[in-house]
Design a protein around this ligand. Sequence first.
Ligand code: URA
Length: 260
Amino acid sequence: MDRQEAMLRELNLYPQWTLRDAPQRPEIVAPASAEMPVEHMAAVPEAEVLHAAPVDEMIVETEVPVATVTAFIPAKTWPELKQQVRDCERCGLRAGCTQTVFGAGNERADWFFVGEGPGAEEDAQGEPFVGESGKLLDNMLAAIKLRRGKDVYIANVSKCRPPENSHPTAEQIALCSPYLAHQIELVNPKLIVALGKVAATNLLGEDMPLDALRGTLHDYNGIPLIVTYHPAYLLRRPSVKAQAWQDLCFAVDVMKEVQS
Ligand code: URA
């Protein structure tokens, strides 16, 4: 079994799904739900499943705070920004976590993946997506021939882990959001992939159901942005991996277009 096959097996996509013969993806302008197979349309909404499941990762709230503009002067360079995040005590979460989790990867990557915030593993290691959902994210990346540290940059909306796997509040997210905005500005990627509703809501500035955001090409300050499920959700609801694969194929197509 080669690595690609192993990844697709991990995603529950082998042998029906392969990257080369990707399923028909949604039209760029049409909501993904319009073309979803009936069984997937019936899927339990993301937030419900996450709340019903045991929590060992950062989870997604039904009510998602939208980032607001705050009086904040961002640093100008990577070293300044990293220092600013390390020193940050703006929202109070820093007092309860082990360390800040800034972001990781190629600082000139074409791909920028955005999650919600660090879980226990990320808090311990200081790197985003190194826990169970991180392993799945790595496999999702491998399925489209991307590697962490080489082809992508990965960061979260929130840089600090909230206590006891609770959610960052609207105010905490709003206070942290300028750091992500500045990371995106510095990387200047060709495509942003928002993982889950918190990332999508904060980057797009509108609170809509995840399924209404999927399958559409969005815009973040002139950078194409697509939305897919958070890996933690996929771990709890493996049947939705097929839809995540559809999103990844969509992302690959968009990337090909913007690179050409
Ligand atoms: N969930 C996230 O959203 N980010 C991480 O870094 C880990 C889990």
